[in-house]
Design a binder for this molecule. Structure first.
Ligand code: NAG
Ligand code: NAG
Ligand code: NAG
Ligand code: NAG
Ligand code: NAG
Ligand code: NAG
Ligand code: NAG
Ligand code: NAG
Length: 406
């Protein structure tokens, strides 16, 4: 190692002597200059700029002209000069490399750029007795809501036409690419929330992954845990409790109120349990007749509906036997609940809306409906949803979309 060091010092002598840096008068390098130097080491991390230097001093000068440059790597063999913006202390041993910090911009090396205070995204240019700050790229975050600061800070200096990947926070996508303009500013864009599963297509990548995602519902002003189906990108809400709807396979005797099983079943009779409900995000309501995630016996029952049938052969229309069609809606665990304004209307012949009870927390609604003369029951007018004010599913139970680039 010792002889290597000597070699390098010898090399350096020639580098300094041979450096093509124009310097006025007698270029006297003060001892402090060498204090900032480490030989046989290299700073790790992404360089801000690569520069083919005329020598060590040229590299030093280049670093000093860039407002953001703090230190550099200099390869004594190739004269490759890597300007580094951060106060980086992590190094690795590299025989042919020199690290130097550039703590100030003093000295004749900098000419009229001596001690310059150019903006961060510029490089100082000597113009006779004056200096100019020449924009070379973009630095820092745009003042835009929901940007991903870490993405912008991943590089100290972005060059013209460079695009920042993942410019927005998870859950948001850039309306346009965030690109560094020749003015040294970020091109205009907005970070928009993912407000439907299909918006995943905007960002390319795997737009068809199936599972639970957070989708922002503007009308509710909040994030909803949504099940995105693959392929068609249709939205569902996964249900965690029993959601069951029935028109039982019995007819009631209007005189005795006895329930007798019927064969063949009447057309409206059946049971359906739902595991997921299809949601229409724009209106924020449940679409009651999508049965993809349900199982049924006999005739499918719409979400929210129930009914029963009275034996029409027995003529006692004034009888009011108990209604045996039953429904249970339970949004417990979804972070949503049915709006309290939702009402039920009748369907069929002699339909009646019986007692409908809603739990205190609004998550469970149980109702009994049926008919007094034929087959009938009740169905909701519109199953509008709202955010559950007292429950939000755990953040990690669903994924926020991440958008690399639109
Ligand atoms: C970087 O280090 C220099 C001295 O080595 C110090 O003067 C300067 O304040 C540091 N800058 C930052 C941003 O930490
Ligand atoms: C320049 O960049 C440094 C380091 O990122 C920062 O501390 C400083 O505030 C910036 N100056 C301006 C004017 O943006
Ligand atoms: C940036 O992109 C524009 C349009 O594609 C092009 O005209 C311009 O030369 C590019 N500038 C740089 C510095 O690459
Ligand atoms: C955004 O940038 C990416 C990566 O450079 C590119 O593939 C994509 O086409 C750009 N999108 C638009 C809308 O310009
Ligand atoms: C359908 O019938 C089977 C067998 O009797 C029963 O296990 C299942 O729970 C029924 N499904 C519904 C939705 O009622
Ligand atoms: C039931 O009563 C209606 C009139 O109220 C009558 O038209 C019908 O034939 C009766 N049905 C039976 C089965 O008696
Ligand atoms: C609702 O009505 C059904 C039958 O009509 C009955 O069995 C049930 O106990 C009633 N529930 C309430 C809470 O009144
Ligand atoms: C919702 O689920 C929790 C935990 O499983 C339970 O304690 C609570 O009783 C449920 N509420 C309803 C309305 O079912």
């Amino acid at each position: 190692m010792g002889s290597n060091r000597e070699d390098i010092f010898r090399l350096m002598f020639w580098i300094l002597v041979g450096s093509g840096v124009p310097a006025k008068g007698n270029m006297c390098l003060k001892p402090e200059f060498y204090q900032n130097m480490r030989i046989g080491e290299k700073l790790l991390g992404e360089p801000m700029v690569f520069h083919q230097a005329g020598g060590l001093l040229d590299c030093y000068r280049q670093c000093g002209l860039y407002s953001l440059c703090q230190s550099f790597n200099y390869d004594v063999e190739t004269h490759q000069c890597e300007l580094i913006a951060l106060n980086n202390t992590i190094t690795e041993p590299v025989v042919n490399n020199i690290i130097m910090d550039v703590p100030n911009r003093y000295g004749q090396l900098f000419g009229s750029c001596e001690n310059h205070v150019c903006p961060n995204n510029t490089v100082c240019r000597v113009e006779g007795p004056n200096h100019a700050c020449v924009i070379v790229g973009c630095h820092g975050n745009p003042d835009i809501q929901n940007v991903n600061i870490a993405s912008f800070e991943a590089k100290s200096l972005w060059f013209f036409n460079e695009t920042v990947m993942y410019a927005c926070k998870a859950g948001y996508y850039p309306s346009l690419n965030a690109t560094c303009s020749v003015a040294g500013t970020w091109s205009p864009f907005e970070c928009l929330p993912f407000n439907e599963c299909d918006k995943r297509r905007v960002c390319g990548g795997d737009a068809t992954a199936e599972g639970e995602f957070w989708v922002f519902i503007e009308t509710l002003g909040g994030w909803v845990k949504t099940y995105c189906r693959s392929g068609n990108n249709i939205e569902y809400v996964t249900l965690y409790d029993i959601n069951t709807f029935s028109t039982p396979i019995f007819v009631k005797d209007p005189v005795t109120c006895d329930q007798a099983p019927v064969t063949p079943k009447l057309p409206s009779m059946g049971h359906t349990n739902f595991q997921k409900a299809r949601v229409l995000l724009l209106q924020m309501k449940i679409k009651v007749d999508t049965f993809r995630y349900s199982n049924s016996n006999f005739t499918k029952q719409n979400f929210g509906s129930a009914g029963d049938c009275v034996d029409n052969d027995v003529n006692d229309t004034n009888s009011d036997c108990g209604l045996i069609g039953r429904f249970v809606i339970n949004t417990n665990g979804t972070g949503l609940r049915i709006k309290s304004s939702v009402t039920w209307e009748t369907w069929g012949v002699g339909g009646r809306v019986g007692n409908i009870t809603r739990s205190q927390d609004g998550r469970r609604i149980e109702g009994y409906c049926g008919s007094v003369v034929g087959c009938g029951g009740c169905q909701p007018t519109e199953l509008l949803l709202e955010l559950d004010p007292n429950y939000t599913p755990p953040l990690d139970s669903a994924t926020f979309f991440k958008c690399k680039a639109p």
